[in-house]
Ligand binder design. Structure first.
Ligand code: AMP
Ligand code: ZN
Length: 462
């Protein structure tokens, strides 16, 4: 058995993974703020935690996975200022906060399924765990870690000696350095645990011992993580931007409340970039999965693209590299289809390739290397096709590329479809994009996918 090593942001080192309880893993991933569509950058983050979960399972662990849904309390600024993102969206779209959260969560679920991300065991919502969040703040109050300002209850970061350890924050420097305005807060790094609502403008607000209001964003993850995984659990994941603020604050409030270490391994996925910048809902210039599908890419081609870059490297997204991933994925499909038909016997190299694959994935999720192993194995003519396929199906428990369904069907394009495709080409030449898109949808309903390539339209059976 090859040891599983994970890069722990806490130590900035690859460490051998040791669970708290033998054979079991408790894992928490920071989930979506459900005020708009999740873009492919968000999806990269969930594909990363999915790969981690599947690798843990591949190693024989039973994983309990919790992913939170933020439907209240995430403000537009990390400085505890600005509007609540879900409330702002509700105002803009003329809907209730509940409707907004439900709508975008449902779309998100569909997207996750399309990219073969396993559902977590629990999807706790912040708005449904107000009691737990209040209880946690009460614990902090009892121990003297909080104070009140005119707009809320704050955590006093100066009282936690190890504040900022995860991010290697130079807190002293922050305190002494140029004095930037941070209002009534005592220290720049203090953060809101509870915010008061003023003037009844909010849709979501609750009574608390400190006044009517709503929880700050960070407290939900501590409260829900502890509720479902215990006060001390194994793994916590999130995006790289969570290191200096969100996760730093989670550690501070959790460890001050319980007096215990909160989490053993912190893993962070780096961003997906577009035009050199973080793909972000607030900046615009984003792609959703729907948009990729509209352009003729399949969700699993996007997943394949994610496998090609290690999670601790930023992925510079371009349509050209998605094209390359699409071609490689199709090539894999063709290869697998051919293997299914092959009769010849060959040797059994399952152990050799199995070990190489395991070595790669257990080395801090080195999926790019694992994909190389897959291709070397597929190209090994001496390896029995049947055994090769069986092994690839086993690898697919981690890769999630639907190897079992990879059968290239020979098909004939019916006359009716040919005519619709021709008609669509005419619309495209006339730059009637909306009409052309509608026709693509009609063709799709009839079971065919149209992709626009430089040399014209390509048709495939779905
Ligand atoms: P949000 O819905 O903005 O709270 O983000 C949900 C998750 O997606 C978080 O774990 C973020 O770290 C992650 N995320 C946001 N933008 C990106 C990006 N461009 N690349 C990778 N992950 C991202
Ligand atoms: Zn979180």
């Amino acid at each position: 058995m090859i040891e599983l090593k994970l890069f722990n942001t806490l130590s900035r080192k690859k460490e051998v993974f040791k669970p708290i309880q033998k054979g079991k893993v408790g894992m928490y991933s920071c989930g979506p703020t459900v005020y708009w569509y999740q873009h492919i950058g968000n999806l990269r983050s969930y594909i990363f935690s999915d790969l981690l979960k599947k690798i843990l399972q591949f190693n024989g662990y039973k994983v309990k996975h919790v992913v939170n849904v933020t439907d209240v309390g995430h403000l537009t600024s990390d400085e505890d200022l600005g509007e609540d993102k879900v409330e702002a969206a509700a105002k803009k779209e003329g809907k209730t906060a509940k409707q907004i959260a439900k709508f975008y969560f449902d779309v998100f679920l569909k997207d996750l399924k399309k990219v073969n991300v396993l559902m977590p065991d629990v999807w706790p919502r912040a708005s449904e765990h107000i009691k737990e969040q209040i209880e946690l703040i009460k614990k902090l109050e009892k121990k003297g870690f909080i104070y009140k300002t005119s707009d809320g209850i704050y955590f006093n970061s100066k009282k936690f000696r190890r504040y900022g350890e995860l991010a290697r924050l130079q807190v002293e420097g922050l305190k002494k350095g140029k004095r930037v305005s941070f209002g009534e807060k005592k220290n720049k790094t203090d953060f809101a645990l509870w915010k008061f609502s003023f003037g009844g403008k909010r849709q979501q607000e609750w009574k608390s011992p400190w006044g009517v209001g709503f929880p700050g964003w960070h407290i939900e993850c501590s409260a829900m993580g502890m509720k479902y995984l215990g006060e001390h659990f194994d793994i916590h994941t999130g995006g790289e931007e969570h290191i200096p603020v969100h996760h730093t604050n989670e550690i501070a409030q959790s460890e001050c409340a319980t007096g215990k270490k909160f989490v053993n391994y912190w893993l962070h996925g780096r961003w997906l970039l577009f035009s050199g910048e973080k793909m972000s809902k607030s900046k615009g210039g984003i792609f959703t999965l729907f948009e990729l599908e509209r352009r003729g890419y399949s969700p699993l081609e996007f997943r394949y693209l994610c496998l090609l870059t290690h999670y601790r490297k930023q992925l510079n997204f371009t349509l050209e590299n998605l094209d390359a991933a699409q071609n490689a994925y199709k090539k894999m499909k063709r290869k697998v289809s051919e293997l299914r038909k092959e009769e010849h016997k060959g040797n059994d190299f399952s152990e050799k390739y199995g070990e190489k694959f395991e070595e790669a994935i257990n080395d801090d999720l080195n999926l790019p290397k694992a994909i190389q192993v897959v291709w070397t194995m597929l190209d090994d003519f001496d390896f029995s096709p049947k055994k090769k396929l069986k092994l690839l199906e086993k690898f697919d428990e981690v890769l999630g590329l639907d190897v079992e369904k990879m059968i290239e069907k020979k098909f004939k394009i019916p006359e009716e479809i040919k005519e619709l495709v021709e008609e669509r080409e005419k619309l495209r030449k006339a730059k009637l994009w909306v009409e052309a898109d509608l026709l693509r949808e009609r063709i799709k309903e009839k079971g065919f996918l149209v992709e626009d390539k430089e040399d014209g339209a390509r048709v495939e059976k779905i």
